[in-house]
Write a protein that binds this ligand. Structure first.
Ligand code: FPP
Length: 259
């Protein structure tokens, strides 16, 4: 991925957004996929069945992005805090992820979507890292969209890691304090090269960011739904996009029709 397009305080940002049937389509959608456990619990099923059904929702949403021309989709698939779950659940989730990568690479090829991953990837089991690497290599030339999986990801960790790398470059004389701008800081984040998310969706009625894209979401629009992630449909994704397309984004400024 090349260096991100300049988009400091949102200036000119709309120019990047796509259109489909006269809708203003978000260029980048981030999703906090929540509620798999509750979905399974409601059905007296083990938690992994909720995650398995959640993987089907991922498939549907990737397809919807392709249909709507949403170019960037970032999914919060495993947080730094998720390492506190039981060993059994972590191992099942990692197995599911590996399986998903093996099964879904054909879809990514079909829709010409490139796979990308952000987070502390070195903490992932080697078999998951291997599967990620293979799919990223296989899809690297795809040019119709980017699917980013946030894995072992935590935004505070990402920001501290960026600060450490900037400090190291400053100590080594490669940077002066005045070189540190918002754009430079962004370029040290795991998400370097990705535009900031226009729309963030969170399922399962929770209304918080939970350490997801804290820096990048400064000007994002939010869409919360009580739907549990495994029940999240293409139609609901399209409703969220439609809702976004009708919003006015001012990035702290004013627009002609705003008093
Ligand atoms: C949150 O639900 C979800 C997760 C921690 C994992 C998300 C994983 C998937 C959707 C499936 C695999 C991912 C991919 C990319 C194929 P929760 O377990 O916290 O639900 P709860 O709050 O109801 O317990």
């Amino acid at each position: 991925m090349t260096v991100r397009d300049a988009q400091p305080e949102g200036a000119g940002k709309r120019a990047h957004e796509g259109t489909s049937d006269n809708l203003r389509i978000p260029r980048h959608v981030g999703i906090i996929m929540d509620g798999n456990g509750r979905w399974a619990h409601q059905r007296n099923l083990p938690r992994i069945e909720g995650h398995r059904a959640g993987a089907e929702s991922v498939r549907r949403v990737v397809e919807a992005c392709s249909e709507l021309n949403v170019k960037y989709l970032t999914l919060y698939a495993f947080s730094t805090e998720n390492w506190r779950r039981s060993k059994a659940e972590i191992s099942q989730l990692m197995g599911l992820l590996r399986h998903f990568l093996q099964e879904r690479v054909e879809d990514l090829e079909k829709y010409r979507i490139r796979l990308h991953a952000v987070g502390q990837l070195d903490r992932l089991p080697s078999r998951v890292r291997g599967a990620l690497k293979r799919v990223m290599e296989r899809t690297r030339d795809n040019d119709q969209g980017v699917l980013t999986l946030a894995l072992s990801y935590g935004s505070r960790n990402e920001i501290v890691t960026a600060a450490k790398r900037i400090a190291a470059d400053a100590v080594a004389g490669r940077l002066a304090p005045d070189d540190i701008t918002q754009e430079l800081f962004s370029s040290y984040l795991f998400t370097s090269g990705l535009p900031d998310p226009d729309l963030i969706i969170r399922t399962s009625a929770e209304q918080r960011l939970s350490n997801f894209l804290l820096w990048q979401a400064s000007y994002s629009e939010f869409w919360f739904t009580p739907t549990l992630w495994p029940d999240f449909s293409k139609a609901e994704f399209k409703r969220a996009v439609l809702d976004y397309s009708e919003r006015k984004r001012r990035y702290g400024g004013v627009t002609d029709d705003h008093v």
